[in-house]
Every structure is written in structure tokens, then in C-alpha cells.
Design a protein around this ligand. Structure first.
Ligand SMILES: NC(=O)c1ccc[n+]([C@@H]2O[C@H](COP(=O)([O-])OP(=O)(O)OC[C@H]3O[C@@H](n4cnc5c(N)ncnc54)[C@H](OP(=O)(O)O)[C@@H]3O)[C@@H](O)[C@H]2O)c1
Length: 337
């Protein structure tokens, strides 16, 4: 069975195609024929050696996939051969509070991931695929979709009529745009590209700002919100954008800290957060229950996740290089058919 493993220290060139022996199933395990896998920025960080994989020296990368059940263990109750399933990012965070040491049970780092023709997972690490999505669309749900969902509606407590600020047009932000519009939110979105802003407009974004042309974009966000600021920011930039995001947030508003695209460095000024009574909260994807909520919403609202480009299984290095280029809008997907 073909899979990719990472040879450390070689960047994207270290994505090596290997043969893996299929192993027997445990009683609660499910063998899945993967049909589509989506890439996340985290997967690129792992390939580049910027993300820990613990004792797993040569991990199979990626966490997000959809496929068909081939075989189930004797004690499996929720799935049968032929079912269409989607992975959950954490293998074992079913609901409630985040368990301690949760990063150890995420796919595609400490645990081998899903960039393989077949994977074996516990039945609690899978959900039925949303009925309205195909394999490629479903493969975008576990990280980008769930993170956008929890950041908007759990950490962010967004309600219809609220204004949310989204940064850039990567996987999380475009998912958030689609969810926010379906939930009746007003969206302010930034991008480095006018062409991408036009695509965001066609998905319903209300206010568009080119952050290259307008480096002080927080002032423009304030201007577009009548001086008040937004209710919520989905902060994917990290250290490079956080001060501006806090400045663009209304007093008492929230910043959901998701990513570090614009840097991990120091230098954050806490005073505006303190004086404005604003809340800053870290987001770490979500539980299987969060994913179920999102999947119900997607089915009810007929949301179709935006896939920018699909690659074949033999083109995985090209898919990673494309993600690294930042040229995408929404998600990059690898097909395994
Ligand atoms: N904490 C969590 O649970 C969680 C979950 C998912 C992702 N993340 C993190 O969130 C971040 C985004 O992930 P992703 O998968 O959506 O990434 P992605 O698809 O690779 O997003 C890339 C896009 O981000 C935008 N961007 C880059 N630098 C920016 C900047 N300085 N200001 C504004 N936008 C910028 C660019 O959009 P334009 O081309 O439009 O400018 C770029 O195309 C990553 O750091 C990732 O590790 C965290």
C-alpha cells in the first residue's frame, strides 16, 4: 500500500513515496480507503521541520481526509463496509473540555496521518461524511472547517448581525467567510490580492481591504465600521498582525488566535487589550462533537467548501509547493483515485 513519509531536514523534497504493510484490525478499528486528503499550513510546517512530531521520526503527514470503509473490527458499531467517512483531527477528543496533552492525539505528526492509500483508525476518530459533500469537499472539514466553526461560534460567540474580520484567503479564512455569511454575519476581509478580494466578494464578503496597498489596515477596518471596530477577529497572522487585529476590535470584542502565518516573534503590546476590555483566546481546532455540529450546519445550509486546486497522489510534492506559494484561495486537495 502506497503512502508518503517525511524524510526530515529535506523540506518538500523530503516527501518520500513508500510502501507500507497493511496491518490487521483491532476490534474497534476501521480500515478506510482514502479518496481525498486536504492540506493545511500545519502540514507544511511539519514537512519543513517547524512542527514537532515527538518520537515519530518519519511521520505520514496530513490529518484531513475522506474515504470509504473497507473493513471493520468485530466491536465496531458505527460503520460498515462501503460507508463514506471523514477523519477527525484529534483521535479521541469526542466532546467537552479539551483533554490534557491533546496535541499527542492529533493525526499527521505524533500519530501517523492520512496521506496513504489506506489508513486504520479507531471508530471514534471518524465521522460519517456529510451527505451533501463529495470526498474532496469533505476532506476540507476536519481542520480548516472545524477551526473556523469553533473560532466563530464557540470562542467568538458570534451572533447574527455581528461583524467579523477575516485575514487573508487561506483555508481557514475562506471556510470562515462561507460559515459567517450563512449565519448572517457581516464580513470584513483582507487579502494581498485584488483578484482574491473579488473572489471573496462573490462569496458574500461585505468589506474588502488589500493589506499590501493599505498597511495600516486596522484604521481602514475602523473607518468601515463607523469607528466602532469589529466584534470578532479570526487572527491567523499571529505576531505580525496581532496588534493591528486588537486595534480593529471594538471595546469588549474578541480576538480568536488561530495561526502564525505572519510570524511567531515577540513584541505584542497588551495595553490596548487591557484598556479596551477585549478578549484574546487561543483556538485549537475542536472536538468530534464540534465537527458534527459543523457538518449538520453544512448539510442544512448547502455550503460547498471552496477548493482552489486538486492534485493527484503522484503530485503530492507539487501540491505542497503550491500551498507554500500562497497562491491558493481556500483549500488545496490531493485526490487518491
Ligand atoms: N489553532 C488552530 O486550531 C489552527 C487550525 C488551522 C490553522 N491554523 C493556523 O492558521 C493559519 C492559517 O492556516 P490555513 O491552513 O488557513 O493557511 P493557508 O491556507 O496556507 O493560508 C494562506 C493565506 O494566508 C494569508 N496570509 C498570509 N500572511 C498573511 C498576513 N500577514 N496577513 C493576512 N493574511 C495573510 C494569505 O492570503 P492572501 O493571499 O489572500 O493574502 C495566504 O494565501 C496557519 O498559521 C495555521 O497553522 C491553526
Amino acid at each position: 500500500m502506497k503512502a508518503y513519509r517525511i524524510v526530515p531536514g529535506q523540506d518538500i523534497a523530503g516527501l518520500e513515496r513508500v510502501d507500507i504493510e497493511a496491518r490487521p484490525l483491532g476490534p474497534r478499528e476501521v480500515r478506510v480507503r482514502m479518496r481525498a486528503v486536504s492540506l493545511n499550513f500545519r502540514d507544511l510546517m511539519l514537512v519543513r521541520g517547524w512542527y514537532p512530531s515527538g518520537s515519530n521520526a518519519r511521520p505520514v503527514p496530513t490529518s484531513d481526509g475522506a474515504g470509504e470503509v473497507l473493513e471493520v473490527g468485530a466491536a465496531v458499531r458505527r460503520f460498515r463496509p462501503g460507508d463514506r467517512v471523514v477523519t477527525t483531527f484529534f483521535q479521541g477528543w469526542r466532546s467537552g473540555e479539551r483533554p490534557a496533552g491533546v496535541s499527542q492525539i492529533a493525526l499527521g505528526a505524533h500519530l501517523d496521518g492520512v496521506l496513504a492509500e489506506q489508513v486504520v483508525l479507531d471508530e471514534d476518530g471518524l465521522l460519517a461524511q456529510p451527505a451533501t459533500l463529495d470526498f474532496q469537499q469533505a476532506a476540507t472539514v476536519p481542520v480548516a472547517g472545524v477551526t473556523a466553526w469553533t473560532a466563530l461560534f464557540h470562542h467568538g460567540a458570534a451572533r447574527p448581525g455581528d461583524t467579523v474580520l477575516l485575514l487573508g484567503t487561506g483555508g481557514v479564512s475562506v471556510w470562515a467567510l462561507q460559515l459567517a455569511k450563512a449565519a448572517g454575519l457581516r464580513v470584513v476581509l483582507t487579502s494581498s490580492s485584488d483578484a482574491k478580494l473579488a473572489r471573496a466578494r462573490s462569496l458574500g464578503a461585505d468589506e474588502l481591504i488589500n493589506y499590501r496597498d493599505t498597511p495600516q489596515w486596522q484604521d481602514e477596518v475602523l473607518r468601515r465600521t463607523g469607528g466602532r471596530g469589529v466584534d470578532l477577529v479570526l487572527e491567523v497572522g499571529g505576531a505580525g498582525t496581532l496588534d493591528r487585529s486588537v486595534a480593529a476590535t471594538r471595546d469588549g470584542g474578541r480576538v480568536a488566535l488561530i495561526g502564525v502565518l505572519a510570524g511567531l516573534g515577540q513584541g505584542f503590546d497588551p495595553m490596548p487589550l487591557l484598556l479596551g476590555g477585549k478578549r484574546l483566546e487561543g483556538v485549537l481546532v475542536g472536538s468530534a462533537e464540534h465537527q458534527s455540529e459543523l457538518q449538520r450546519f453544512v448539510e442544512q445550509r448547502g455550503i460547498e467548501p471552496v477548493i482552489d486546486r486538486e492534485f493527484g497522489f503522484h503530485e503530492v510534492p507539487q501540491a505542497f509547493a503550491y500551498l507554500a506559494s500562497g497562491g491558493h484561495f481556500g483549500k488545496v486537495v490531493v485526490r487518491l483515485d
